[in-house]
Design a protein around this ligand. Structure first.
Ligand code: SME
Length: 162
């Protein structure tokens, strides 16, 4: 009898496909944005074993740390700075296979080696970003982008702009 949990045997696409309805049902009954960001970060972090998984919200000209899973992180990131500020500026997902090669990367943790940042966009405006860090190089690709963009779309209606 196998003692490996089902989720460990799934490939990345299967994992994301099984998570989509779980996330939908988790957030559909809750209108509070902090609660929903917290649970989305927890679900992703737990399913994939990422190093850091969380949200930064836009407050004026800065990103401010939101709900996350993982070690402590920088609390404020200016527009256009780091991977997060770049994803905000470009209003598009940024995949970084090796953070040490990304000019201006903000190293909240020296253990992080690759990263993906997905903007949450509502009414053509970036209102937050989902940031995920991995201890491995080359963790993130178009598959992550595809599914994480779908996941943040589920959140766009319930996050409010200050
Ligand atoms: N590395 C990010 C900063 C946030 S931490 O990774 C949690 C960046 O360069 O924007």
């Amino acid at each position: 009898m196998s003692i490996v949990p089902n989720q460990l045997k799934m490939n990345k696409i299967e994992k994301y496909q099984s998570l989509l309805p779980q996330i939908e049902s988790l957030i559909s009954g809750e209108s509070d944005p902090i609660a929903n960001m917290a649970n989305v970060a927890a679900v992703l972090h737990d399913a994939f074993g990422f190093w850091w998984t969380g949200f930064y919200r836009i407050e004026g000209q800065q990103l401010v740390l939101g709900p996350f899973q993982g070690p402590i992180a920088c609390t404020r990131i200016p527009y256009g700075k780091g991977v997060c500020g770049t994803a905000w500026q470009r209003a598009e997902t940024v995949i970084v296979p090796n953070v040490h090669d990304f000019p201006g990367h903000i190293a909240c943790s020296s253990a992080s080696n690759s990263e993906i940042v997905v903007p949450v966009i509502r009414n053509n405006q970036v209102i937050a970003v989902l940031d995920i860090d991995s201890k491995d190089f080359n963790t993130f690709d178009e598959t992550d982008q595809l599914y994480l963009e779908q996941i943040v779309k589920m959140l766009q209606h319930i996050l409010s702009i200050k």
